[in-house]
Ligand binder design. Structure first.
Ligand code: HEC
Ligand code: HEC
Ligand code: HEC
Ligand code: HEC
Length: 340
């Protein structure tokens, strides 16, 4: 049991220092790609997390690798963007694929959206995070386990305890915050994403700590944190996307609508959950105008929202968030089927 608890504990202990230092310095996927030279690929994870890989292989995140390049709509988008091959150039690679370093230092697509797209490029943590400090699991001391998780986090591992960073990854892809891709390429301007319903269906893979027996959904408490942090990140990402828009066309309109909707939804949370962080998010979101040529103010508001969302993910376990239960999507709304 102690090992299930320590991750949260460690993220709490070092969270304050590390998360502040790392997450805010990390630019979004819209601005840069993951460091492909640090990617080990899903097969490496599968050496130990065999069942998790099997679950992932049934998701769209896996199948996009083979299917996307064959889709008529994809070829159409690529053509409009002046791309000869979907798996070449960085444009589609950032969101549809995992890329690693190939011979000659080239960047090569090796999988669809995979383990490291969400948990972080793993070269620096793949060995350390699961080695029990070189001992048998039972003989590792709690201090050693804490140090192991701290080292893994410092090497860029994004774990379930860091709901903010996990959610940020989803949204950086799923809002599709790329103006030209939407306006010129005709790519959809983002998914109708919501963190609980989109993570508890086909994406769900709670199969490691229970030894491969079943794939239970997240606990009620955990879902509350996901719901609140997810909506906060929705707000952060869409406000930033409006700030980055340059012309009044499909992209700017879609992102402004998205941000407007997120603001209204978040206000409802603020009504029932009067904690300081939620007040800060609401205030930041409502203090800026969702319009073009307002990048400075919109980016500052987004950064404030990010800081408060991060604090919620670090400081609360959801046990006091019961007031939002009625707003959380029920199982019938989960996206895709969870593998059992
Ligand atoms: C050599 C075996 C091994 C490999 C390879 C491996 N893991 Fe793990 N992983 C583990 C073990 C063992 C644990 C549980 C550690 C514990 O109980 O303290 C774990 C736990 C995790 C967790 C849960 C962390 C938490 O906070 O509870 C995540 C996420 C994870 N691994 C992701 C990955 C990813 C992504 C890869 C591939 C890049 C990977 N692992 C490769 C052994 C491995
Ligand atoms: C910023 C991230 C991002 C980039 C960059 C991106 N996509 Fe997408 N794309 C997505 C997401 C997220 C979806 C899923 C939308 C949904 O289903 O809600 C998607 C969906 C699609 C779909 C519809 C998928 C389907 O299965 O029907 C096509 C086609 C597509 N993308 C093509 C491309 C092409 C071609 C490129 C490169 C020119 C590209 N995308 C670049 C994020 C991105
Ligand atoms: C789309 C993003 C995404 C992908 C892809 C992904 N994960 Fe996860 N993973 C998550 C999220 C989110 C959680 C936390 C779920 C929660 O807190 O309920 C998680 C939790 C975990 C856990 C702890 C869950 C448990 O059993 O208790 C492990 C281990 C893990 N992931 C390993 C992997 C491995 C290995 C892969 C690749 C085969 C992978 N993940 C792919 C997002 C992802
Ligand atoms: C690296 C970019 C990326 C990240 C990170 C990412 N996704 Fe996705 N996701 C995609 C793309 C691209 C698709 C569309 C794949 C396709 O159908 O071609 C997709 C599809 C999905 C689907 C299937 C949608 C459908 O139409 O059936 C779900 C569910 C989903 N993602 C949930 C999540 C969740 C939850 C997270 C975070 C825990 C996440 N995604 C993180 C890029 C991403």
């Amino acid at each position: 049991m102690i090992f299930r608890i320590s991750p949260n504990l460690s993220s709490l202990l070092i969270g304050c220092m590390l998360v502040l230092a790392i997450s805010f310095a990390t630019p979004s996927r819209a601005e840069t790609e993951q460091d492909h030279t640090e990617i080990v690929g899903p097969n490496a994870c599968g050496e130990c997390h065999k069942k998790t890989v099997a679950v992932w292989q049934k998701s769209h995140h896996f199948s996009t690798f083979k299917e996307l390049p064959r889709r008529k709509e994809a070829i159409e988008i690529a053509k409009k963007m002046g791309l000869k091959r979907i798996k070449a150039g960085s444009l589609c690679l950032d969101c549809h694929f995992t890329t690693a370093e190939a011979s000659g230092g080239k960047r090569k697509a090796i999988a669809g959206v995979s383990c490291e797209s969400c948990h972080g490029p793993a070269k620096g943590y793949v060995k350390r995070h699961g080695e029990f400090s070189g001992k048998k699991k039972e003989s590792e001391t709690e201090a050693e386990a804490l140090q192991r998780w701290a080292d893994s986090d410092a090497a860029g591992m994004i774990r379930p305890g860091d709901m903010y960073a996990l959610a940020k990854n989803c949204y950086d892809c799923h809002t599709v915050p790329q103006e030209k891709l939407v306006n010129t390429g005709g790519h959809t301007a983002g998914s109708k994403f919501e963190l609980v319903s989109w993570s508890q269906g086909e994406v769900r893979h709670n199969v490691w700590y229970n030894g491969g027996k079943g794939n239970a959904e997240a606990s009620a408490e955990h879902k509350r944190v996901m719901f609140v942090v997810g909506l906060a990140v929705e707000l952060e990402t869409s406000i930033r996307a409006v700030g980055n828009a340059t012309v009044k066309a499909d992209y700017a309109v879609a992102m402004a609508k998205r941000a407007g909707r997120a603001k209204a939804r978040f206000r409802k949370i603020a009504d029932v959950l009067p904690i300081p962080e939620i007040g800060q998010i609401n205030l930041a979101a409502n203090s800026v105008k969702l319009k073009l040529n307002n990048k400075d103010k919109l980016s500052k508001a987004a950064a404030k929202i990010a800081a408060a969302a991060n604090a919620i993910s670090d400081n609360y376990d959801g046990s006091t968030f019961g007031a939002v239960d009625g707003m959380i999507p029920p199982a019938s709304k989960y996206k895709g089927m969870a593998d059992q």
